[in-house]
Design a protein around this ligand. Structure first.
Ligand SMILES: Nc1ncnc2c1ncn2[C@@H]1O[C@H](COP(=O)(O)OP(=O)(O)OP(=O)(O)O)[C@@H](O)[C@H]1O
Ligand SMILES: [Mg+2]
Length: 291
């Protein structure tokens, strides 16, 4: 082989290598593109399934959910945790962190009640509003209540609200994707210890956070590491709200009824005094009963 031939053969082998590299690269890119496509399809399928299965998500909500996927907030929606009358909660993941996404169903929300709660709240100044605006304010309220509660009691970290959607930390026993049980369903609970913890939390929430949960019961308390974690602050009001006393009375009656059923001595009047520092007045109880 002369020098020229040698050069040619080197060039050829270089070209072949280059071609091989190129085709390898192309192949990789193709695979990558296929993979990406599959992921996008899987992500979309979850939303499509929701649309058909549940038949409740309007296009605007689906667009907002797509927006969360396309933005930097969520990598993938994983599955439904709870499907209620007014909202659906599902789990989602972003870089090994799990989230709960609560989506209010625009078509079935109870606007009249929502409006009543929002109107008396000094943090909101909504004039006569469309139903959609009321839901957005409702989500804003839940988000703000949760943020406030986050500083005082165990509660899921509020992360983002967008229109009728709230993104928060997922409360899970193993810090994986399985949500923690509700107090109603939890097993191996030391109820008298649990009652003590809730009693302290309610006092802190009222006096320090100046917040009343408003929908407290064994359904809206999760159990994680033998401690209560409070969720669903949508009906929460600040203590200045005209309904705050009535809601507090209802909350503590629910709590006492539950713990009494579990054999824990619990007197709602004493609990009221412990939390507020005041005697429960018959007129306030009467108002709460009629509320
Ligand atoms: N951050 C969270 N982490 C884990 N699970 C959650 C979280 N938020 C909500 N859930 C689960 O979803 C359920 C419904 O959530 P939530 O109570 O906020 O909505 P809701 O509107 O009251 O629903 P429903 O009317 O069905 O009670 C809860 O009972 C709980 O099991
Ligand atoms: Mg609830």
């Amino acid at each position: 082989m002369n020098k020229q031939q040698n050069n040619n053969s080197n060039n050829n082998s270089n070209n072949n290598k280059k071609n091989n590299d190129m085709s390898g690269l192309k192949h990789e890119k193709l695979l990558d593109r296929e993979y990406q496509k599959k992921i996008v399809e899987r992500k979309k399928r979850f939303l499509e399934d929701l649309k058909t299965e549940d038949g409740v998500f309007d296009n605007r909500t689906l667009l907002t959910l797509h927006g969360l996927l396309n933005g930097k907030h969520v990598d993938e929606f994983l599955g439904i945790i709870n499907s209620g009358k007014e909202s659906i909660v599902f789990s989602a993941i972003k870089e090994n962190k799990y989230f709960a996404v609560k989506v209010y169903r625009v078509s079935t929300c109870d606007f009249k009640t929502m409006w009543k709660y929002i109107q008396g709240d000094p943090r909101f100044h909504l004039r006569k509003s469309s139903t959609r605006q009321i839901i957005h304010a409702w989500v804003e309220k839940e988000y703000r209540n949760l943020k406030r509660a986050n500083n005082y009691v165990n509660s899921p970290k509020a992360l983002l609200r967008r229109e009728n959607i709230l993104l928060m930390e997922l409360i899970s026993d193993d810090n994986g994707g399985a949500p923690s049980p509700r107090l109603k369903d939890a097993v191996n609970v030391d109820y008298s210890k649990f009652y003590e913890l809730i009693r302290e939390d309610l006092k802190t929430l009222y006096n320090d956070a100046q917040l009343v949960h408003g929908d407290l019961s064994e359904y809206n308390i999760l159990v994680k590491d033998n401690e209560p974690v409070y969720i669903d602050f949508s009906q929460g009001v600040v203590v200045q709200h005209p309904l705050s006393k009535s809601l507090l009375i209802r909350d503590i009656k629910n709590i006492c009824n539950f713990f009494k059923r579990k054999g824990v001595a619990c007197d709602y009047k004493k609990l009221y005094k412990y939390i507020t520092g005041e005697e429960l007045q018959p007129i306030d109880e009467e108002l709460a009963n009629n509320y």
